[in-house]
Design a protein around this ligand. Sequence first.
Ligand code: SIN
Ligand code: CO
Length: 374
Amino acid sequence: MKNKLALLGGLSVNEFLRDYWQKKPLLIRQAVPAFGGLLDPQQLIALACNEDVQARLVTQQRGKFALQQAPFEPEDFSRLGKSKWTVLVQGINHYLPEASALLKRFSFIPHARLDDLMVSYAPKGGGVGPHFDSYDVFLLQGSGHRRWQISAQTDRNLIAGAPLRILRDFRVEQEWVLEAGDMLYLPPHYAHNGIAEDDCMTYSIGFRTPAYQELAEQFLVYLQDRIEVDGMYADPNLKTQQHPSEISTAMLRQAEQAINKVRWDREDIANFLGCYLSEPKPHIFFEAPGQPLSLNKFGQSIRKHGLQLDLKSQMLCHAGWVFINGEAHRANEPDYPLLRTLADERTLPALEDGLSGSLELLYQWYLDGYISPI
Ligand code: SIN
Ligand code: CO
């Protein structure tokens, strides 16, 4: 982590984390030299028209923004003519191996923080307006040029009733025009506005910062399937009460004691977090192999050639547990380092030494479409 990286403008990862990450923006000229982009506007529009893909189309007319959500038809784009518009497509890493490879360059940030790669295309003048995100984001310029304006302002008031989150009073403090390979890092809540200077494609590598409210609510959902509280309400010594409609203190105390028996420990929280953070978004579906190999053939194949995660799979691990696509599995102890490498690298080379008991687990993941032999 001490090596100086072009990706971080000549900073080491440690320097970047210390001085910029979650603290202040960083403009990096030629972070990815010769970056020509991974797809062209037509390919991006074709993806936006795929019904499994999350995409948005933002149009501007006389300074007013309008928003349309996928699914789209190609005609939605051909009729836009000379107006100002932009299309934004989420989860490109789920569809393009090159996009997944691009994300690997950002592996100095833990996978648990990664959201996805979003790609936008806009003809001249297009953009989504001044706003802030609750994400850390690296905005990598593909083809064309984008003018980025940013502001450290703390006024986060939005235009009421607008279909998009647009800042009511955006005060530009710094601005630059980015060209292919340039990159801008922005911490969460940093106000920004990107305007296409010409035919422009921008790659947003986003890192999520879950809100505590959401974490706590989802933890309770997770817990509800796991809690065990014995016994039932009993009142053999019931006393008469003046108002039958009143919940008595005795009843309240009994309920309180029962609810206080709900317990959880750090392992529950780790398991919840692993499941929650690896849970695929609702529109993600995995495809089972058409003609699956037998368990034996699958074993032979991965021993000889290795295996890889499906592009849509999300895999995390913690202290002997592995989490894949919202599921928690206790790893067979000798196999944990290997499974962790799969989670780190998204691929495993030929498993010549075999596996100590995790073959069935991997086979199940293969049948579920989570992994495939190479
Ligand atoms: C874009 O690519 O146009 C928008 C990215 C962003 O501002 O978050
Ligand atoms: Co943004």
